[in-house]
Write a protein that binds this ligand. Structure first.
Ligand code: NAP
Length: 221
């Protein structure tokens, strides 16, 4: 449990992942600042959250810069191809803040990643935001999983990678609040592995008609 209430900006809050994350962490622990290019989507999301969590601390925002300025943690719930543009808009207000990279940079037919083999979406984001603490998280959990993080009776694992210990601790708490079992996989260079893992899970999910309800679990005694 965080000692003080943290403020989380979700950029792309009206999308599948942005809304799933917002619903899963809304509550006593966090103040949520929601931004979407299509603000009408936020009205519906806010209503849905407040029906379940009347005390949820939510605010709809007008721009990514203002959202990030007020936030302790910034979640970019947008496609990787949009992240450079958003990074350019928030760079000055994201300094020393945690920025969560949830992106899986897959091509249109889920056949390959669009990033070069020696990097990852998270490492590119870190280059675009050199003074922020980029953490990879929530890329190995499908949006559909958030409604039921118990899959086949087991709490789904959610992998986290990053270079800053305090940032990893804060994101671990966030992932736990969202209902997943957090596993710190390593430093930010592990992000490429996490993104390739999820490409494989997407391909298997499509082949098995799992309707995006699938996840990862490390089994151990
Ligand atoms: N879906 C999943 O299960 C899943 C799982 C793990 C990770 N991810 C990752 O999560 C991210 C979002 O995926 P999603 O499935 O939630 O996609 P989505 O439903 O299409 O939502 C994407 C959001 O990003 C916004 N957006 C796109 N381009 C933008 C730009 N240039 N500036 C500002 N906002 C922009 C969209 O706004 P508009 O509505 O205005 O276009 C929308 O709100 C992706 O990086 C994806 O790889 C997805």
């Amino acid at each position: 449990m965080p000692i003080t209430k943290q403020t989380i900006a979700i950029i792309g809050a009206g999308g599948n992942m942005g809304s799933a994350i917002a619903k899963s962490i809304a509550g006593d622990n966090y103040r949520l600042l929601l931004f979407d290019r299509a603000p009408e989507q936020l009205g519906t999301l806010t209503e849905e959250i407040q029906q379940v969590q009347p005390e949820a601390d939510l605010e709809s925002m007008n721009c990514p810069h203002e959202s990030s300025w007020e936030a302790d943690i910034i979640i970019l719930a947008v496609p990787h191809k949009a992240e450079k543009e958003i990074a350019d808009k928030i760079r000055d207000v994201a300094t020393q803040k945690i920025v969560i990279s949830i992106a899986n940079p897959v091509d249109g037919d889920f056949s390959k990643l669009t990033t070069a083999p020696d990097t990852s979406a998270a490492e590119e984001l870190q280059q675009w935001l050199p003074h922020s603490k980029v953490v990879k998280a929530f890329n190995t959990t499908f949006a559909a999983d958030f409604g039921q993080p118990l899959i086949d009776g087991k709490q789904a694992d959610a992998f986290i990678a990053g270079d800053d210990e305090n940032a990893l601790e804060a994101v671990t708490e966030l992932v736990e609040t969202a209902g997943f079992n957090p596993i710190i996989a390593g430093d930010l260079s592990v992000s490429g592995t996490l993104e390739r893992m999820q490409l494989l899970l997407m391909q298997l999910t499509i082949r098995n008609n799992d309707e995006w309800l699938a996840g990862w679990k490390i089994l151990r005694n």
